[in-house]
Each structure stands twice: as structure tokens, then as C-alpha cells.
Design a protein around this ligand. Structure first.
Ligand SMILES: *[C@@H]1O[C@H](CO)[C@@H](O)[C@H](O)[C@H]1NC(C)=O
Ligand SMILES: *[C@@H]1O[C@H](CO)[C@@H](O)[C@H](O)[C@H]1NC(C)=O
Length: 281
């Protein structure tokens, strides 16, 4: 009888709400920001919730200007934090590759399963299925600071660095295709296009078949964030494969360097590259 009482007391004392459990798991910055944003009561409430909780190291790794912006804009902070929360309990066993889930922010996060790795918008789950009284926490190694609101085409069109790419996509009539997906796009900048000889570009723009071949060689089916990349050949939508090489410390796709990785979009992910990829003849 006493033993049962002892066990009951132990279980009760171990019963923790999401903020309490997050604190215990070492996500102290998260809990502080949740409190600053006025969300502590919500996340201590009935729920249940699923929280993708970035570690302290994840917050520390944010560029200082991003972190400052979050600290100084309570609405933005609230919006970003709510982007880490789902309604209901979602365990890792319920996650499937390339599923999306609506967050309390309204925008959707994308789940990817790469072998044994589970990722949320490219951020790796490093501790899954931690049970709180009012939900479950999955600890992740990067803050989901970018909330996708545009698809691949809309995002490219909004960036002046991609005007050549967008021009080519329109010429090739690939806009509708690239608004489908999910896709991974290796997006060459204007500078990358400028590295091609001018007559090669002109020839390409005059030949829709060739243009489609080149552009679809930059597209991989499914969402492949950096955490899902490994050395080797990856088939493109064009049919032939690109070579992924991580040995230099950065990421190389054939001869192109990834200069900015992991831009989340509503229908996949974009990696910016510095060289146009040409399919082997
Ligand atoms: C949390 O609860 C779920 C469902 O009961 C269980 O599958 C999971 O193993 C628990 N997590 C831990 C870390 O014990
Ligand atoms: C256009 O490109 C395709 C595919 O690369 C090629 O087979 C065809 O010969 C080209 N057409 C012209 C007119 O150059």
C-alpha cells in the first residue's frame, strides 16, 4: 500500500506541462521566449499540443540580427514560436515523408524522413516523443525562423537575384509544373546564368526542348533539405542525375556550389547555386 502511494506520488511529481518539460530537456531559451511572447499560459494549458522545441544551441546559432529582430518584435516572436506548435499529440511514429502539418501560426511545417533521420522544415529531430501532461515535445536542432508563404515560383519571382531563372522558366512554360511538387530546386542566380557564354544562353532560349531539359535538370522530386543529402548521385526530373558532394565541407552539386541552403517554400525547398547545371550529353 505504502509502495503504491510512493509510486503515485513519484508519477505525479514527474508530471510536467510542456514548458516545465522543455525546461528540463534543456530548452531554456525556448521557455524564456515563450514567456516573453505571452504564450506560457497557453502552452501550460489543456492542449494537447505537439511542440518542435529548438535547443538552446539552436537559438544561439541564429544570426544575431535574426535573434534581435525576434527579441524586439513580440508579434513576430509569437508568430515564429507558434510555427513550432501543432494542435493535438503527434508522435514520431505518425510522421511520414513529405507530409505537411498546419501549425498554430497558420502556416504549415513539412516533415521529412531521411533514413533514420526525421526533419521538420529541414531541422533535425534529435529527441523525439517526450511526454508532457498536455502534449508531446520533439527536440530539434535548428530554429524554424523562416515561415514559408510562397511556392517555388512565387519565391523566385520575388527575388531579383533570380530574374534570369524566372525568365527561363516562363519561356519554358514550366511555371505550372514548378508550382506543383513537392520539389527541391537548385536555383542558379543571375550571376550563374551570366557565367554561360552569351550565345549559349541565346541558343537555349530559342529552343524550348533544350531549355526544359536544362531547367528540369535543376529539379529533384521530393523535398531534400541539407540534412537529407549525402554523397552520391541524385536523379533529377529531367531524368539524368546530379552528383552531390559534401566532402569539401560545403555542398557541391556537380560543379555548382550551394551558396545558400534550405530556403523553405510551400511546395518544397530551394538551394541557391552559383553555376548553371548542364545535363551531360
Ligand atoms: C510517450 O508516450 C508515447 C505514447 O504513450 C510512447 O509511445 C512514448 O514511448 C513515450 N515517450 C517516452 C520518451 O517515453
Ligand atoms: C533543340 O534541343 C534539342 C534537345 O537538346 C535538340 O535535340 C534539338 O536538335 C535542338 N533543336 C535545334 C533546332 O537546335
Amino acid at each position: 500500500m505504502n509502495l503504491i502511494l510512493l509510486v503515485v506520488c513519484f508519477v505525479l511529481s514527474n508530471a510536467q506541462t510542456i514548458p516545465e518539460l522543455a525546461e528540463k530537456l534543456g530548452a531554456k531559451t525556448l521557455v524564456k521566449l515563450v514567456t516573453d511572447a505571452g504564450l506560457a499560459d497557453t502552452l501550460s494549458g489543456q492542449g494537447p499540443f505537439t511542440v518542435f522545441g529548438p535547443t538552446d544551441a539552436a537559438f544561439a546559432a541564429l544570426p544575431p540580427d535574426v535573434l534581435n529582430k525576434l527579441m524586439n518584435d513580440k508579434q513576430l516572436l509569437k508568430s515564429v514560436l507558434l510555427f513550432h506548435v501543432l494542435s493535438g499529440k503527434v508522435y514520431s511514429s505518425q510522421l511520414t515523408n513529405d507530409m505537411t502539418a498546419a501549425t498554430l501560426n497558420g502556416a504549415k511545417v513539412r516533415i521529412n524522413i531521411y533514413g533514420q533521420t526525421v526533419a521538420v522544415d529541414g531541422s533535425k529531430v534529435i529527441m523525439a516523443d517526450q511526454n508532457a501532461t498536455n502534449g508531446v515535445i520533439h527536440v530539434i536542432d535548428e530554429v524554424l525562423a523562416e515561415i514559408p508563404t510562397q511556392n517555388i515560383v512565387q519565391f523566385a519571382a520575388s527575388q531579383k537575384d533570380f530574374s534570369s531563372l524566372v525568365y527561363a522558366v516562363v519561356r519554358a512554360k514550366l511555371g505550372a509544373t514548378l508550382s506543383g511538387g513537392p520539389f527541391t530546386l537548385f536555383a542558379p542566380t543571375n550571376e550563374a546564368f551570366n557565367k554561360l557564354p552569351p550565345d549559349a544562353i541565346n541558343k537555349l532560349l530559342q529552343n524550348q526542348t533544350a531549355l526544359i531539359e536544362v531547367l528540369t535538370y535543376h529539379v529533384v522530386k521530393g523535398t531534400v533539405y541539407s540534412v537529407g543529402l549525402s554523397n552520391g548521385m541524385v536523379p533529377t526530373v529531367e531524368g539524368k542525375s546530379v552528383k552531390v558532394d559534401l566532402s569539401s565541407g560545403g555542398v557541391m552539386i556537380n560543379d555548382a556550389k550551394v551558396t545558400m541552403a534550405n530556403i523553405p517554400v510551400t511546395n518544397g525547398v530551394i538551394h541557391v547555386i552559383d553555376t548553371v547545371l548542364l545535363p551531360p550529353k
